[in-house]
Design a protein around this ligand. Structure first.
Ligand SMILES: Cc1cc2nc3c(=O)[nH]c(=O)nc-3n(C[C@H](O)[C@H](O)[C@H](O)COP(=O)(O)OP(=O)(O)OC[C@H]3O[C@@H](n4cnc5c(N)ncnc54)[C@H](O)[C@@H]3O)c2cc1C
Length: 491
């Protein structure tokens, strides 16, 4: 037996259990099984994917969670790590323009992924291209150092490949000032400022409280593009599920983990709704707010420290809608909207609306000449139950704002309608208060110090959007790489 095979044999004695089959849990299970561990993945729902899930009805296909992919190289790396070619499993399609923004005065701005078209658009609206270039320059410096540190290593490990020059180039001042001030300093026109101010809400946070280092989000989107997966984002999960089976990962669905069992400060198994399962290694992919309950400890959470949730309407319409793939219809009072969300903690009176019109790219996701709209407005995370009255009121506000851009949703055109409130995200995925990204990214501490990938108790690790390095699909895949590297090192 050669050394590699011997090593694999040793590792297969290490029973590993992954709690939760979100993207982070699935990626961790695949990476761990590939290097020889015996892995089981336990999922409380009947399908895998966690927040990446789908809803199909009457020929309409909806992604109920993410609708855009950035940093495809992290997805490619995951497939490469398990000796697969991503192109044989999913088809990534680049979206251009990345988004169409609609403003209250009736004007629109297309956010193009190509610099020449973007320059023309900026010229048209009176924004100096140099300001856009400055944004790319600050963003690239933040990204370069983050890629060599934060995004690829666990907290506390200072990588040896960092050169003094890397540290010198880092825009410290821009990174620690408030994101909103950085936007104001970088751009001169209100509409472009409004477009950029929105990015911290992609991690459920307020632009005024988030540090400037979050310029990394629009930078990454611009530099690496905005992508869609043919057939819908859920196609990714379908292909990964096949690869879990191919790699002998035991998939246990409809099974809830209730407790993590341990003795002498070392894990030895999990107690589930279907009984006990022994494990030497446990990887928690659920919201880290569940850890207290799993460990039988009271762990009081403060809802105010959590990121935003969302209110979603999925509409299958018997007509074509003249929209781009991604669209944002701004509220007429952006400041008041943020105050409603972050200070008054209520669904906004006049919400900004995101509309994903996937049929603009992919006709296969709705019947001929029909549209499958995924419409989402930010909403605070909450532990209260949304009442029917609140649901109807939010729905009315959204339909009213759609009319601002002449999209009238007649009752007769609606073939399918499904609503998701923050309560759905809480109940379906066990996300605290339905928050989509765990703790918010307000302040330096919350932004840089996400929950660690390894717990103090031996054998217990975390992976996913609520642990380091943070939420969003590419980051969650990265989180699995960081966690698996730690496990390789520890066992
Ligand atoms: C509406 C919405 C829109 C989004 N848009 C984007 C986007 O456009 N682009 C992007 O990159 N990201 C987006 N995101 C974020 C992205 O979806 C998440 O960051 C990512 O999918 C989270 O993956 P995860 O590994 O943390 O696990 P999760 O998806 O949180 O999955 C955790 C899993 O654990 C399971 N579980 C929980 N408790 C238990 C238990 N006790 N026992 C067993 N199983 C349990 C849950 O059922 C779930 O399947 C969006 C999210 C949402 C909800």
């Amino acid at each position: 037996m050669n050394g590699k095979a011997e090593n694999m044999a040793d590792k297969s004695n290490n029973n590993a259990v992954v709690i939760g089959a979100g993207l982070g849990g699935i990626s961790a299970a695949l990476r761990l099984s590939k290097i020889g561990y015996k892995v089981s993945i336990i999922e409380k729902n009947e399908s895998l994917g966690g927040k990446i899930t789908s809803f199909n009805s009457k020929g309409y296909k909806f992604d109920r969670g993410p609708s855009l992919i950035t940093l495809p190289k992290h997805f490619e790396e995951l497939f490469n790590d398990i000796d697969e070619n991503i192109n044989e499993h999913i088809e990534l399609i680049k979206i251009n323009p990345m988004c169409r923004y609609f403003f209250d005065d009736g004007s629109k701005i297309d956010y193009f992924s190509s610099l020449d078209l973007m320059k023309k658009e900026l010229d048209r609206v009176g924004e100096d291209f140099e300001n856009f270039y400055n944004f790319l320059s600050i963003g690239s410096k933040i990204y370069e150092l983050s890629e060599k540190t934060f995004l690829n290593f666990h907290m506390g490990k200072f990588p040896s490949n960092i050169k003094f020059n890397d540290l010198l180039k880092f825009p410290y001042l821009s990174s620690v000032m408030s994101y909103q001030s950085l936007v104001n300093k970088t751009f001169s026109t209100n509409k472009i400022k409004q477009i950029f101010e929105r990015y911290p809400t992609y991690v459920g946070s307020a632009p005024s409280s988030t540090p400037g280092m979050f310029f990394i989000i629009p930078y990454i989107e611009y530099a690496f593009g905005s992508w869609y997966i043919k057939g819908g984002i859920y196609e990714l999960i379908k292909s990964l599920e096949k690869l879990l089976i191919k790699n002998n990962v035991k998939i246990i669905k409809n099974c809830t983990v209730e407790k993590i069992q341990a003795s002498n400060n070392e894990v030895n198994g999990v107690e589930t709704s279907k009984g006990h399962m022994p494990a030497k290694i446990i990887i928690n992919n659920t919201d880290v707010s569940n850890l207290g309950r799993f460990k039988n400890k009271s762990d009081k959470q403060d809802i105010n420290s959590y990121s935003l949730s969302g209110f979603v309407i999925m509409l299958g319409l018997k007509k074509k809608i003249n929209l781009k793939h991604h669209n944002i219809i701004f509220s007429s009072n952006y400041k008041k909207e943020f105050d409603d969300l972050f200070k008054r903690k209520k669904f906004p009176d006049d919400p900004t609306i995101y509309v994903c019109n996937a049929t603009a790219t992919d006709k296969s996701v709705a019947p001929k000449n029909c549209s499958n709209l995924f419409i989402m407005a930010n909403s605070p995370a909450t532990n209260s139950t949304w009442t029917n009255h609140e649901i109807e009121s939010a729905r009315k506000k959204i339909f009213k704002n759609l009319q601002k851009i002449y999209i009238n949703i007649e009752k007769s055109a609606i073939e399918v309608e499904k609503i998701q409130t923050p309560n759905y995200f809480m109940n379906q995925h066990n996300s605290y208060g339905g928050s989509l990204y765990g703790k918010n990214s307000h302040g330096i501490k919350n932004s840089f110090f996400r929950h660690p990938n390894k717990e103090k108790i031996k054998g217990l690790y975390n992976v996913g959007g609520t642990s380091h390095p943070g939420g969003g699909t590419p980051t969650v895949i990265k989180s699995s790489k960081i966690t698996i590297n730690m496990i390789k090192n520890d066992y």
